[in-house]
Write a new protein. Structure first.
Length: 450
C-alpha cells in the first residue's frame, strides 16, 4: 500500500508538471447548455451528451476554468489507479497488482494523459463495467447482470464507441448462461441510462437533430471527411506498447485474459475514426492489466529476461522523447493572449450578448460570458462547416454581433479556414471592419456602425 500510494502521488505530481490541454468543448458545451441553448439543434455536435449536454454537467461540477479542469483530470487518474489496483489484486494478489499501477504511471502521460477529453472519463465507467461483466459471466448472479448493463449504458451515454463492447459482452453472457431472464435483466440495466438520454432529447424537442448528428452524420460524413490517420512513428508507438498485451497468453486464467481483451479491443475503437493518442486512454488501463498478467505468466520462464529487457529499453526511448517536449506549466488556449482577448470582448459585449468567433478558440464565448450570434454554434472544422455556412450567415444577419473576433490564419487538417469556410469569410470581410487587433485576432464591428 505504501508503494501504491507513492506511485499515485508521483503520478499526480507529474501531471501537474506537464503542459495541459483541456478540450474547449468541456467548457463551451456545458456553458451553452446552462444558458439555454438546445443541444444538437443549436449547438451542433456528433457526441452523445455525457457530462456536457445534460442539466447536470461539468459546469455544475465547477469545471469552469483551467485550474478546475486540471484538478478534475488528476482526480480521474487517481481513481483509475485505485480501480487498476483493485482488479489487479483480485486477479494476481496485492504485491503483483502494484505493477499494473506502475505501468499506468509509465504510459498514461505518454498517450496524451496531459489532455482532458471525453475519453479521459471512460475508464471510470469501463473498469467497473468490466468487473461486473466478468462476475456475471463467472457466477451468473442477477445483480451483476444489472450492474454490467447499467454501467455499459452509462458508457454509451458518454460515447457511441462503447456500443460494440455492449454487443460483445451481451453475446458472451448469453452464450455462457443461455438464460432469458438474465439477458432481460442485462438489457434492463442497459436501457435505464440510454432510455433516459433518449427521453431527455425527446422532451427537448431535438430528437431528429440528435439522431442526425450522432448517428447519420457520424456514419455518412464524419467517417469519411473527419478521419485522421497515424504517422509511422505513432503507429509504431501504439504497436510497441499495446503489442505487449499478447504475452498475456502465458497467464493461466484464460477467462480473465479473454475478458480483458474484449474490453481493451472494444475501447480501442475510440481511436478508429480519428487517430489521436487521447483516444487510447479508455483502453490503457486494460492494457496495463493484460501486461500485468503477461509479466506474471512469464515469471520464471526463459523468455522473461529478453522480453523484459526489450520492454524496458523501448519504454526508456519513448519516455525520453515524450518528456523532452511536454514538461512545462503551459495550459493550451488559456495563455495571456486568450485572456486578453476575452477581456477585450467584455469591453464590447455584456453578459449573454451576441458576438461571433471565427477561427479563434470557441471557449472565448465562455471566458467572456457571451453567446454566438443567432444562438447557433458548430465546430469550425472542414467536416462541419460545409454543412453550416448558410445557417451561420443567417444567424449573423438577424442577430447582429456586438463584435466579431476573427483569426484568418487558422488552419485545420492543412486547410485555411477561409478556404473551407469561404462564404462566412467573405461575409465578414464585406460587412465588418477591423477596429483592433491582438496578435492574429482581429476585432471587427459592422461597417455601418462605425
Amino acid at each position: 500500500m505504501i508503494v501504491l500510494l507513492a506511485v499515485i502521488t508521483f503520478h499526480a505530481f507529474l501531471l501537474a508538471r506537464l503542459i495541459f490541454f483541456p478540450y474547449q468543448e468541456i467548457f463551451t458545451y456545458p456553458y451553452f447548455t446552462s444558458r439555454g441553448l438546445l443541444p444538437y439543434a443549436q449547438v451542433m455536435d456528433q457526441h452523445f451528451p455525457g457530462f456536457m449536454f445534460f442539466p447536470v454537467n461539468l459546469a455544475t461540477f465547477g469545471v469552469v476554468n483551467e485550474y478546475a479542469a486540471r484538478a478534475f483530470a488528476v482526480g480521474i487518474v487517481v481513481l483509475v489507479h485505485l480501480l487498476i489496483y483493485f482488479l489487479g489484486r483480485k486477479f494476481v494478489g496485492g504485491k503483483w497488482a502494484v505493477l499494473g499501477n506502475i505501468l499506468f504511471l509509465v504510459w498514461q502521460p505518454v498517450f496524451e494523459g496531459w489532455v482532458l477529453w471525453i475519453d479521459s472519463f471512460l475508464p471510470l465507467i469501463l473498469l467497473p463495467a468490466f468487473w461486473f461483466s466478468y462476475r456475471a459471466y463467472r457466477k451468473g448472479k442477477l445483480m451483476d447482470f444489472v450492474l454490467s448493463g447499467l454501467l455499459l449504458g452509462i458508457g454509451v451515454v458518454f460515447k457511441q464507441v462503447v456500443v460494440p463492447i455492449v454487443a460483445v459482452v451481451g453475446m458472451l453472457l448469453v452464450y455462457k448462461h443461455k438464460d432469458l431472464k438474465k439477458a432481460l435483466v442485462f438489457i434492463l440495466g442497459l436501457a435505464v441510462p440510454v432510455g433516459f438520454m433518449v427521453l431527455y432529447v425527446w422532451r427537448l424537442g431535438v430528437f431528429e437533430d440528435f439522431w442526425y448528428w450522432t448517428v447519420t452524420y457520424n456514419l455518412e460524413i464524419f467517417s469519411k471527411l473527419g478521419r485522421k490517420y497515424p504517422t509511422p512513428y505513432e503507429l509504431l508507438r501504439v504497436l510497441g506498447v499495446f503489442g505487449f498485451g499478447v504475452f498475456s497468453v502465458f497467464y493461466k486464467n484464460k477467462k480473465q485474459v479473454l475478458w480483458l481483451w474484449v474490453f481493451m479491443l472494444g475501447a480501442l475503437l475510440a481511436a478508429y475514426a480519428r487517430f489521436d493518442f487521447v483516444h487510447f486512454q479508455p483502453a490503457l488501463p486494460f492494457l496495463c492489466l493484460l501486461s500485468l498478467l503477461g509479466f506474471k505468466g512469464l515469471w520464471g520462464k526463459r523468455l522473461m529476461l529478453p522480453v523484459v529487457g526489450l520492454y524496458v529499453i523501448s519504454a526508456v526511448v519513448i519516455i525520453n522523447v515524450f518528456y523532452r517536449g511536454h514538461l512545462g506549466s503551459r495550459v493550451l488556449f488559456f495563455d495571456d493572449t486568450h485572456k486578453s482577448v476575452a477581456a477585450k470582448i467584455r469591453e464590447y459585449a455584456g453578459e449573454e450578448e451576441s458576438i461571433f468567433i471565427f477561427g479563434a478558440s470557441p471557449h472565448l464565448y465562455q471566458m467572456s460570458s457571451t453567446l454566438p450570434s443567432g444562438h447557433v454554434y458548430i465546430q469550425q472544422y472542414p467536416w462541419f462547416m460545409f454543412l453550416a455556412e448558410d445557417r451561420t450567415i443567417e444567424g449573423l444577419s438577424w442577430d447582429l454581433p456586438k463584435v466579431v473576433v476573427a483569426d484568418f490564419t487558422v488552419e485545420v487538417a492543412g486547410q485555411n479556414i477561409s478556404d473551407y469556410s469561404p462564404k462566412v469569410a467573405r461575409y465578414l470581410k464585406d460587412n465588418f471592419e477591423v477596429v483592433e487587433q491582438i496578435e492574429s485576432n482581429y476585432f471587427m464591428i459592422k461597417k455601418d456602425k462605425l
